[in-house]
Design a protein around this ligand. Structure first.
Ligand SMILES: Cc1cc2nc3c(=O)[nH]c(=O)nc-3n(C[C@H](O)[C@H](O)[C@H](O)COP(=O)(O)OP(=O)(O)OC[C@H]3O[C@@H](n4cnc5c(N)ncnc54)[C@H](O)[C@@H]3O)c2cc1C
Length: 417
């Protein structure tokens, strides 16, 4: 009991600085105060407004989490950090996020695609809720205050900012993603491994006028493979006026974020337009279509997965005249068509942003951190949470879920230490 009392009094005077008033930082600040109401918590934010990114998430609607009902393995949604997330979800999961916000009066809805939004469809409700709680818990928030450097001196941290130096017993770094190494300069005094940051979640530019002329075409279940690798993704594919987008493309960009960065976004992708069907199944499907449509022109009937324009494009690529009769689809032309249906290769010439949404692949290496508390193994009292770490996800509410979960874990790490 005595030890408990000593700990309690040490915590009571604890001075904690959180760097970055984003999703992870603000959430953690509230959790810290709930665990230790008398701890002094200061959040500093370089921009004039806190939670500015949360305000624009989900196109202003804030896709704050996901039901995970369609998630077969966490590796699919967290290409970086799935093991850590698996561990931390035992203490703060999707269901906990859902309950947390509903307890604070935010009604949530789960869409058919399992993405969770506030019923108001307004991200500002999430921002307002977090800021109201921060105010209620008397958390100090300094906006326009940028951390420039951090020093560790005789068991205390000093944070140099543009507005002076702050001193803290413990600090939590929640500065979000930075697609360049510059964003990690303030940590240069620490012996921490930083995984080189590169962007994730982007669409692919493909310089093929014939493909781009099909813009607006959606194939509900396509499979994209990065040629020369085992990296594949599956889902809806949207053809755009610059190349390809949609969930399948974004998932591929996440899985292949580093390899694509290394090749300066020049690569080959192979599209299977038939949901990953193999050549034999595709050939059988075409043979049965030929039997049903013998005398008809080949352009007049097409697989249900495609539309007429995409079918015509694939016939062109297979050097098949649209006037050819179905019964003539044999031998080489059959093989060519099967090839383009299941393994249609295009050259990627660059990347583009997806609705201004992107996340960072890379950051503070997870090997630096205690996997339960997110405290740096080498530096007592230095914690990390959110996108600043080498954790990122595909779209669907998984990135914000990572921010809430890691914010929660770090808060508990800070208070239970
Ligand atoms: C347009 C867009 C839409 C998105 N939509 C969704 C979505 O709907 N669902 C989803 O799950 N994810 C979405 N994401 C991703 C998600 O927003 C992030 O993964 C999440 O915000 C990360 O939280 P964080 O707290 O780690 O970082 P952030 O929320 O980015 O917060 C970091 C904060 O730290 C501040 N900061 C940085 N450096 C310093 C410094 N040196 N000193 C002081 N302050 C500093 C920044 O200004 C920022 O406010 C979206 C991303 C974008 C760009």
């Amino acid at each position: 009991m005595l030890i408990f009392a000593e700990n309690k009094s040490r915590i009571a005077h604890m001075n904690i600085v959180i760097i970055g008033a984003g999703a992870a930082g603000c959430f953690a600040s509230i959790e810290i105060k709930r665990l230790n109401p008398s701890a002094q918590v200061t959040v500093i934010e370089k921009h004039s407004k806190p939670l500015a990114k949360v305000a624009i998430t989900g196109g202003g609607r804030c896709n704050l989490t996901n039901s995970f009902a369609n998630v077969k393995s966490l590796e699919q949604v967290y290409p970086r950090g799935f093991r850590l997330m698996k561990r931390l979800f035992h203490t703060f999961s999707y269901a906990d996020t859902y309950a947390w916000f509903e307890n604070e009066g935010v009604q949530l809805v789960t869409q058919d695609d399992e993405c969770v939004f506030p019923q108001s469809q307004n991200a500002m409700e999430i921002v307002g809720t977090l800021l109201r709680l921060m105010e209620r818990h008397k958390i100090r928030l300094f906006t326009g205050t940028e951390a420039k450097n951090i020093h560790f001196n005789e068991g205390r941290y000093e944070i140099e900012t543009n507005g002076g130096t702050l001193s803290a017993d413990k600090i939590l770094v929640t500065t979000g993603g930075h697609p360049t190494a510059k964003g990690f300069e303030m940590l240069s005094g620490f012996d921490l491994d930083i995984v080189q940051p590169v962007p994730s979640l982007f669409t692919l530019n493909i310089n093929d006028e014939s493909l781009k002329s099909l813009m607006g075409t959606v194939v509900e279940n396509a499979q994209i493979t990065l040629v020369g690798t085992k990296i594949k993704s599956q889902g809806a594919l949207l053809i755009t006026h610059w190349g390809i987008s949609g969930p399948a493309t974004l998932k591929l960009s996440a899985a292949a974020a580093r390899i694509l960065a290394e090749s300066d976004y020049k690569a080959s992708v192979s599209i299977n337009w038939l949901n990953g069907q193999n050549d034999e199944t595709a050939a059988n499907m075409l043979r049965s279509m030929a039997a049903k449509n013998e005398k008809k022109q080949i352009s007049s009937a097409y697989p249900t997965e495609l539309n007429a324009r995409l079918w015509k494009h694939l016939l062109d690529r297979a050097h098949i005249s649209p006037e050819m009769r179905w019964k003539e689809l044999q031998g080489k032309s059959l093989n060519m068509l099967v090839h383009h249906l299941t393994n249609d290769e295009y050259q990627v010439t660059g990347k583009s942003k997806f609705k201004e949404e992107f996340v960072t692949c890379g950051g503070v290496a997870l090997s630096n951190l205690n996997q339960e508390t997110l405290e740096a193994k080498k530096y007592k009292g230095l914690f990390f949470a959110g996108e600043v770490t080498d954790v990122d996800a595909i779209t669907g509410g998984f990135n914000l879920q990572a921010a809430w979960t890691m914010g929660y874990a770090a808060a508990h790490g800070i208070c239970n230490d």
